[in-house]
Each structure stands twice: as C-alpha cells, then as structure tokens.
Design a protein around this ligand. Sequence first.
Ligand SMILES: *[C@@H]1O[C@H](CO)[C@@H](O)[C@H](O)[C@H]1NC(C)=O
Ligand SMILES: *[C@@H]1O[C@H](CO)[C@@H](O)[C@H](O)[C@H]1NC(C)=O
Ligand SMILES: *[C@@H]1O[C@H](CO)[C@@H](O)[C@H](O)[C@H]1NC(C)=O
Ligand SMILES: *[C@@H]1O[C@H](CO)[C@@H](O)[C@H](O)[C@H]1NC(C)=O
Ligand SMILES: *[C@@H]1O[C@H](CO)[C@@H](O)[C@H](O)[C@H]1NC(C)=O
Ligand SMILES: *[C@@H]1O[C@H](CO)[C@@H](O)[C@H](O)[C@H]1NC(C)=O
Ligand SMILES: *[C@@H]1O[C@H](CO)[C@@H](O)[C@H](O)[C@H]1NC(C)=O
Length: 917
Amino acid sequence: MTAPLSCLLTCSLFIFNFIGGPYPCMASAKKSTCIIQGGRADCSHLSLRVIPSDLPSNISSLDVSHNKLVKVPGDSLGRYRGLIHLNASYNSIARVDESLCQSLPLLQTLNLEHNQVHLLKKEDLGQCTTLTWLNIANNRLKLQEEPFSGLQNLQHLDVSKNKLQSAKLGSRPQLPSLRSLCLGQNVFTSLKSEDFSYLSSSPSLQALNLSYVSLKTVESRCFQPISGLRTLILDGSDMSSQAMSKLLSALSATAIDSLSLQRMKLVALGNLTFAELQKTNLTYLDLSANGMTNIEDGSFQWLPKLQSLILSDNNLRRLTRGTFQGLKTLKKLQLTSALTSALGKKHTSPAVIEDYAFQSLNNLKSLMLDHTAFLKITEKTFTGLTSLTELDLSWSSYTQTPQRGLTNKTFVSLKDSPLKKLNLAGNALTELQPGSFSALSSLVVLILDFNFIKQTLTGREFEGLSQIQEIHLSNNIQSINLTSSSFVNVSCVRVLTLGKSLKAEALNKDPSPLWPLTNLTVLDLSNNNIANIRTNLLKGLTDLKVLKLQHNNLARLWKMANLGGPVLFLKDTHKLETLQMDYNGLDEIPVGALQGLTSLSVLTLSNNLLNNLKNPVFDDLKSLRVLTLAKNLITNVRPEVFQTPMSNLSVLWMDKNPFDCTCEGILWFVTRLNNTNGTSVPGLKDNYKCNTPLMYFNRSIMDFDPMSCKDKTPFQALYMLSSTAVLIMMVSALLVRFQGWRIQFYWNVLINRTLGFSDATAEEANGFEYDAYIIHAEEDAGWVTKQMTPLESAKYRFCWEERDSIPGMFYLESIMENMRKSRKILFVVTESLLKDPWCRRFKVHHALHQVIEASRDSVVLVFLQDVNDYKLSRSLFLRRGMLRPRCILEWPVQRERVPAFHQKLLIALGMTNRLQD
Ligand SMILES: *[C@@H]1O[C@H](CO)[C@@H](O)[C@H](O)[C@H]1NC(C)=O
Ligand SMILES: *[C@@H]1O[C@H](CO)[C@@H](O)[C@H](O)[C@H]1NC(C)=O
Ligand SMILES: *[C@@H]1O[C@H](CO)[C@@H](O)[C@H](O)[C@H]1NC(C)=O
Ligand SMILES: *[C@@H]1O[C@H](CO)[C@@H](O)[C@H](O)[C@H]1NC(C)=O
Ligand SMILES: *[C@@H]1O[C@H](CO)[C@@H](O)[C@H](O)[C@H]1NC(C)=O
Ligand SMILES: *[C@@H]1O[C@H](CO)[C@@H](O)[C@H](O)[C@H]1NC(C)=O
Ligand SMILES: *[C@@H]1O[C@H](CO)[C@@H](O)[C@H](O)[C@H]1NC(C)=O
C-alpha cells in the first residue's frame, strides 16, 4: 500500500542508491580526480567538459553529475560497454544521442535530471531497450512522435519539471513494463480522457505522481486507461474544489489504494468531499499540512476500508463524535501537530477533543497525538478505542490546572484498551497522583521523560501496572525522592531510567528503593549527582545487565580511605554487561569493586582521575569488548593490569591520558596496539600523546622506539646498575670538585714514575736545541724567569727572547731561528700578551704556521689569567678546543698546587708532536 508511494516520492533520490556513493556535499574533502571503488567511478563535481577516457573499462557504474558536459556522445562511452548505471545529471546536455544506448548495451539506469535536453525524438532512446529507470526531470523537453516507445523494459520514468503542456507522452500504447510515472511540476492544467491512453497496455503501472500540477479540468474517464492505478500523489497541487471533486470522481472507478493530498490547501473537509471514493478500496490517505481547520462530521464515512489516516500539521479546532465516523477498519491515526490553540486577542483557546471523539475507531491500534494542544483529557476522551495498543501524547498539553498532574481519572477512558505503550514525554507534568495508571493494566512501556515531576514516589503512583516492563523517568528536574516502597507495585519492571531525575539522597535508603525489581536488566541512574549510596543498592538485582552511573559523584565511595571501607555495590550483579561510570571524579578503583563481573563487555570510565590502577582490579573482566578510559590521568599501561581486560577487546578508548613513554610505562601497550588483533582504537594517531619524558613530550605514543628497550632488559639489573653509577659519579664529582688537583697530581706522579715524563721518542727530541720557545708579554717576564728557570736545571732547556736571542742577528730572524730550534712553543697567556703587538703580528703568525705545518701539539698554553676564549681566538687565532687538554695549563692561585702545575707542565712539554687520533 505505501511501498509504491514512497518509491515515487523518492524518485529523484533513488539514483543515489545505485550510483551515489558518498554524496559530494561533504565539501571538506574536495576531490580532484575520479574516485573508483568497487566497479563504480565517481567523477561528479569536477567541472568536466568531456567524459574521462582513462577510467577502467570494466566499470559498471559511472557518475558524471554536476559537471559541464554538453553532450554524452556514444563514442566516448564506447570504452565502458559494461555500464549498467549512468548518472549525467546536473550538466548542460542539450541532446540525447541515439549512439548513447547503442554503445551501452547493458544500461539499466540513466539519470539526465537537470540538463538542457530539448527535442526528444523516437530514435534518441530507441535503442535503450534494457533501460529500467530513466530520470529526465528538469529539462526543457519537447517530445516528437513517440520518444519513449522503444523503452520496452522501462519501469520508472520521471519527466517532472519539464514545462510539459500535456500529460500525454505518446499516442500509441507503449511502456509495457512501466510501474511508476512522475509527471509532477509540469504546466498542464487538464487531464483529458485520452491523455493516458498511451498507458493502456501498461498493466504494472501502479503509481502516478502529479504533485504541484495545477489541474483545472479533469475529465471523468481520464484514469481509465491506467487499470492498475493504486497510488496517486497530488501533493502541492493547487486545485479548485470543483476540479478536486472531478478528480476524485475520476478516481472512483479505479483500484486506487493510496492517496496523498498534502499541502493542497484543503482547509475544510465536507461530508461529501470523499463521497466519490465510496466504491474504491482506499486504505491510505494523507492529508498533512493543509492548514485544515475543520472536518465536517461524516467526512470519512465513505472510506470504510481506510487503514491509515494522516492528518499531521493542520490547525484543527475540534474533533467530535462524528469526525471519524465510519472509519471502522482504521488502524493508524496520525494527528501529530494536528490540533492547535487558536491565538485570541487576550488568551488562547485550546482545541477541543470532545468526549467519545474516537468511539467509532474500534480497530485503531496506534493513535499519535504528539505535539498537540487540546483542552483536556476527560473520563470519556478515549472511550471506544478497544484495540488501541499505542498512544503517543508526547510534547502535548492537555491539562489546564496550574498543578499539571495525572490523577486516577486521567486515563480511565482507556480501561478497556489493551494499551501497551504510552508516551507522556514532554507533558510538563509535575505530579503523579496515586492510581494515575491504574486503568492501564496491560501497559508494558511507560514513558515519562522530560517532565517536571517533583515528588516522593511512595509506590502508589504505579498501582495497577501489573504488566509493566519499562518505566522511563529520565530528564525530570532532579526532584524525585524515593522510598523503600517506591517500586513495590511494579516488580516486573525490566528497564528503569531515572537519569537526571533524582534528588541526591533519593537512593540512600535501607532497604534500597530498588529491592523489589528482581527482574531489572537496565538501570539508568546517570546525571543525578549521587554521592551517597549503600552497599545494598543493587542487592538481589541479579539479572542486571546495563547500569548507567555516569555524571554522578561516586569518588568517595570507592576510596580505600572511605569510612568503613570502599562501598562495593556491584557485588551482586554478576550478569552485568554494560557499566558506565564516566564523569564521577574517581581516582581509585578498589580491589574487588569489579570482582565477579565476568560477563561485562562494556566498561566506560572516561573523564575520571584514575591513575595508578592496582593489579587485580580488572582481572575478572574476561569478556570485555569495549573499554573506555579516555581523559584520565593514566601514565603507565602495564600488562599486570591491562592484559586481561584487553585480551578480547574490539574497541578501546584510552585517548587523552598523560602517558609516560618509557620502557616500563608504555612498551607493552605500544606493542599491544601494534598487533591490535582486531581491536579498533579510534584516534590512535592524534590523541594518544606522551606527556613524559621530555624527549617524547607531545609526540604520539606510537613514535616510542621499542628498540630502545631491547638491550636494557632486565629492568631491575639496569636500575641497579644505573643507580650505582649515579652514586659513584656523585661521589667522584664531589671529590674532583674539592680535591681534584691533588688527585691529578698524585696520578701524574704515579704515571711519570713508571713511564717517565715524555712519550716523545728520542729521535723526535734530537733535532731540537730547546725544549720550548716561550712567548710572553713583557710584563710577564718576571714570572717566566721565576718559574721556568728552575725547571731548566732538570733536563729541559727553554728559549726566550730577552735571554737567548742570537747576538748580531736581526731581531726577527733571531726569533724565527730560535722557534725552529724549539720542539714546543709555550704561550704565557695573559691579557697583556693578547695586547702585545709583537705577539699579534709576528710571533703568533709564525707559531701558528708551525702549528699547522707540524702539529697542534707543539703549542702549549699556560694561562696566568682567565682569558675569554673569544679574545684568545681573535688575538692568537687559537681556541682552547683546538688543543689537547693536556696542552692547556692554568697557573694555580693556591700556592700548594704549584708543584702539581709543574708536573703538568713537564708532561705537556714531554708529549709527542705527532698527531694522535
Ligand atoms: C475492493 O476489494 C474487494 C475485495 O477485497 C474487491 O472485490 C473489489 O473489486 C475491490 N474494489 C476495487 C474498486 O478494486
Ligand atoms: C451532510 O451535512 C449536512 C448538514 O451540514 C446534512 O444535512 C447532510 O445530511 C449530511 N450528509 C451526509 C451524507 O452525512
Ligand atoms: C481516585 O482517587 C480518589 C481520591 O483521590 C478516590 O476517592 C477515588 O476512589 C479514586 N478512584 C479510583 C477509581 O480509584
Ligand atoms: C525523601 O523522602 C524521605 C522519606 O522517604 C524523607 O525522609 C526525606 O526527607 C526526603 N528527602 C527530601 C530531600 O525530600
Ligand atoms: C521475573 O521473570 C520471570 C521469568 O521471566 C517471571 O517468571 C517472574 O514472574 C518475574 N518476576 C517478577 C517479579 O515479575
Ligand atoms: C610497530 O610496527 C612497526 C612496523 O610494523 C615497527 O616499525 C614498530 O617498531 C612497531 N612498534 C612497536 C612498539 O612494536
Ligand atoms: C592475537 O590473536 C592470536 C590468535 O587469534 C593470538 O594467538 C595472539 O596471542 C593474539 N595477540 C594478542 C596480542 O592478543
């Protein structure tokens, strides 16, 4: 009945089932080439002017919609002979070429919607014998001869929005397989008797869409050729009432089953409006969005076979005993937003549902009265609905008193109804009085979400609900208080939702308010700020499978330090499958809290403060499939804790934790994630970041290098080793800091005693007259004499200008000569030396030359003062780093270190000049 209707309504969208793929409104990922996937090529939105010739030739579906094509030539499509679906909608195609179907012998669907096709001749589509679906809507069609007569297999044809002057698409019978025809939004205004004669041999044609066609004249025999017509859509058609009645009378002799008359400005129905449909078997009538204010009594009496009546989105003011008269077989009545309050000058006067308004609807099963406003529910309002199983009153208003409550009278008119589901969400209810539902003994599902119920439930509110299985009480205003007897009358409840509805202390009762609910399987206590519950809360609820506790304040209950120990309230619920405890401020999970939950498959603990989880807390969670620990303070993911819960996981959310990317903290986890074994870890790339150590800060944990742990195992040994090393280093550093010179001194003495001062070979010493040529500033001559002369008495000979310049020789030559004769050059570095022009100009250049020629080790620097390395390099073209450390000496300030200095000096002078690496 409704199947062909929906098929026709979705005519234009239909194509996406075949070809669509991802609809390109996701502009964020703008593509630049065709996407080829599973035999489909999506080349839409590419500004193409020709059909691409480089696609795989075996594609079965091609989408070139939303481009700039001006034609679809057969030769360029010849490559793709296997095409079954072609979408060329939203282009500028002006002609359909005969060659198109010639080169595509398998083509079944062709979408040419929104193009410029004008003249359409018989030959153009003559070859399209395999075509079953053709959309050529929104073009400028001018039909010549019989353009569709070759389409032997066509089942769906859409020629809407073409400014067609007539519904007549041909004069000879054709389209033998046609099932649905869209003729909507064309400009013809009449339906003549012979207009549909071309459909007289289309026995399968069931659905005809004439929406948004402004019919003025309708000849009474116009639908006769369509013998199988079952569905007619006239939505949005602007018709006079005469034309309307002509049309309905034209339908009287058809097999019409479904009629959609939405948005037709049918503001009122008269008791004769549908009289012509008396002989039909109409089962479905849609009168939505007509701005309808009045339905005359008896209007539907002509439709005894009607099963569904849709009256949504109207402005009805009154439903009377006569409104639905005669609808003996009606099963579904939809009155969503059908009744409104009239806005008067001063006050609104609500619509009225008179007593017994539904009395004749003995077979009605479903009554949708949601989003309506009417005066009130009386003791007779629903009388007669003896088959009603579902009543939807959500987001409606029907009580006038300021105290919007339900009483034991509200639903008495339903006492003879087998009502199973009652939806009272969003009814602004503040109170449920005792016995409010006592008439509804068959009720299975009661929905009271989104109200303002503010009371202590004593248990009498639910009296009489002997079959009830679900009570939904979520999203009230956290003002419901409970007692130990609140649910004594509804012990068979399986689903109870109390999210965002309870006072903080409502559950803190002994015995627990939930004690009677032994069959409870789903319990929602989320968003209640609950801070106090007792160990007995879930006592006896052995069937509980889903428990929602997120957004409460349960942190204290699970602290080891809690007075009387942690509150292990899950110890009875061994069948629990889903546990949600996000947003609870939890920083501890006591051992035993999750004990015995071997069936648990979903555990969510995100947005808590969990850090150090104790080893056995998750050990019983062997069935876990989904684990959420996102946004906690977890640093280490150790196998001792997580091996068991992660062994079977299909989804893991552990993002946004401050992971410690060390071998101990993360190695196991990263390795586990690498071999996910079918566990999906959303956001692994972007949201799993290391917090420590600094080296990995803010990098993905997957960047962690597992190799860095390989040779360092076992960890204990490593730890021992490294800590010992650290200790030794600290001690040595202290020693060196304070007694370093002494240690070095004795070391040098020891070495030199055994090995002698010099590592230079005898031959090396042979070529030189002096052991060192000493360069110093004039001011430092005193120091040189005082300190160097005594050393000479041993086996060393030094040369310095003042003393050893060769008499009679030119000064410069003398210097050069002496330098040549010296094995080492010793700079006595002070600020004055750096300023001495002789040094800078000549001696230094020469010395440097020698350094480079021979070896760096021929230079020894003795610092009498601390000299900045930068100045040193500017004046002497030397840096400390260029020389071996042993060739750099510092004159000690402390007198007692002078012997050690001498020792070092002798070593420096004794070193070989040859480069050693
Ligand atoms: C209506 O249905 C009855 C039986 O269900 C059938 O005999 C009759 O022909 C149908 N009427 C129309 C107009 O199709
Ligand atoms: C239609 O309503 C008029 C009054 O408005 C009444 O006289 C007439 O009998 C009704 N006809 C039917 C068929 O109910
Ligand atoms: C409804 O409640 C009132 C008191 O509020 C009581 O007197 C009356 O008997 C109750 N009616 C039914 C049908 O329970
Ligand atoms: C909740 O009801 C109990 C009685 O069951 C009462 O003692 C308590 O004061 C009530 N709490 C609030 C906040 O109304
Ligand atoms: C709980 O369910 C069982 C089996 O479905 C049923 O026999 C029993 O009566 C139920 N208990 C209550 C209190 O409704
Ligand atoms: C993860 O796998 C990749 C390649 O398979 C490898 O290079 C990387 O080292 C692995 N990481 C870990 C922690 O095992
Ligand atoms: C992955 O699954 C295989 C068998 O399916 C199993 O042998 C292996 O231990 C699993 N690896 C992990 C890390 O769970």
